[in-house]
Design a protein around this ligand. Structure first.
Ligand SMILES: Cc1ncc(COP(=O)(O)O)c(C=O)c1O
Length: 375
């Protein structure tokens, strides 16, 4: 038995039917035509036989991915159908019944349902907001990460907060992971979507207990081709390949071709720049909108990612509140509880500017009964 992945199910049920979908988390997707402009040879692909692709990713693609992770080779890389498949395969490969998994919360909750379905227990530790800065609550971290811990799962940059861990925090996490003999799965799918600052540092290379997962869905703006990857110690990657053979055999062949272009050094930086410019344009719109509601919202703007995680000043429970707004305003946002934290909502920043403006107007109408008269 596996429990419902609440956020994914809510999105897949409604996202294609609402007037405004503000529940997304990546930047608005790149088109195939744009990929051609970036150098993807569509014409050459027309004559390619649509056979199976290399099951762990073509050598060309793995070479280009390995080039992003210093010291890695193609044997450190497994290409998967999205970051989510990389995460799932790691869970299947690593978890044994009775293991413990340490999960950062708030978070993308794939590693709530999956480890529990495999007989593991999940211990949560908090990413807490103190004085407008999201940082690990170290007491809860020390309690959650013990010699029983099989792996620790972190998203950095974090979904839903958009926060990036400091170098000191990263070092402390890795030190503890090594001390208890666990692995660290660092999901870095938002890396490259930094709004202002430098590209956030990778956990890659900090220890041989580190496994990085990532993919094209967020910072690259290419979720529909479903390409992700994991980078880790070659023996572990070889075991993951075995799991992969049983699940989906290989990534989609057309997608592997597109991904080779997307991750190549020249194109990657252009895609990140595209993402950054969408986010820089949209963030002020959201900030002005939130400011109009006085002290209803309290939030720290994201450092990376097309998402804003906002605490609201009301006793309303986030799931029924979002369901009401969905029904009354045909507008979808994600309730905080879908990330493990009540009294928050997550709002998407990656759309076209006019779509964001109009969607926020609906959201504001939906929130009006809670904000009070005058809104
Ligand atoms: C942290 C995180 N990891 C993985 C995924 C899934 O990514 P993909 O579309 O590459 O499977 C998401 C999607 O929202 C995410 O937020």
């Amino acid at each position: 038995m596996i429990e419902t992945f609440l956020m994914e199910r809510m999105q897949s049920t409604y996202e294609n039917f609402v007037d405004f979908d503000l529940s997304e988390s990546g930047v608005r997707p790149v088109t195939l035509r744009e990929m051609v402009q970036y150098g993807f040879d569509l014409d050459a692909l027309m004559d390619a036989p649509l056979g199976y692709s290399q099951s762990n990713g073509t050598i060309e693609l793995r070479e280009r991915i390995a080039a992003m992770y210093p010291g890695s080779t193609i044997n450190h890389v497994e290409v998967t159908n999205g970051t989510s498949e990389a995460n799932y395969i790691l869970a299947l490969t690593l978890i044994r019944a009775g293991d413990s998994v340490a999960l950062q919360v708030p978070n993308y909750l794939q590693f709530w349902g999956v480890p529990r379905s495999l007989g593991a227990t999940v211990e949560r530790f908090e990413l807490a907001c103190v004085d407008a800065v999201w940082d690990i609550d170290w007491d809860s971290f020390e309690r959650a990460v013990t010699p029983k811990t099989r792996f620790v799962y972190i998203t950095n940059p974090n979904n839903p907060t958009g926060a990036v861990l400091s170098r000191a925090a990263m070092e402390r996490i890795v030190k503890r992971v090594e001390a208890v003999g666990a692995y660290l799965i660092a999901d870095e799918v938002y890396q490259g979507a930094e709004i202002e600052g430098e590209r956030s540092p990778s956990f890659w290379g900090m220890s041989d207990r580190v496994i990085v997962t990532s993919g094209l869905s967020k910072a690259y703006g290419i979720p529909g081709v479903r390409i992700g990857w994991m980078v880790g110690p070659p023996e572990l990657i070889a075991s993951c390949w075995t799991q992969h053979d049983y699940i989906t055999i290989c990534p989609n062949k057309i997608s592997d071709h597109i991904a080779r272009v997307a991750v190549s050094a020249g194109v990657r930086t252009q895609l990140y720049a595209r993402t950054r410019s969408v986010l820089r344009e949209n963030l002020p719109t959201l900030e002005a909108w939130a400011a109009e509601m006085g002290d209803f919202f309290e939030y720290t703007p994201p450092q990376a990612g097309a998402i804003v995680f906002m605490k609201y000043n009301s006793d309303a429970k986030s799931i029924p509140m979002c369901e009401r707004i969905l029904k009354e305003q045909s507008t979808l946002i994600v309730p905080g509880l879908h990330f493990g934290l009540e009294s928050y909502i997550r709002v998407w920043l990656g759309s076209k500017p006019e779509y964001l403006r109009d969607g926020l107007a609906r959201l504001r109408a939906g929130l009006a009964p809670l904000v009070g008269a005058g809104v």
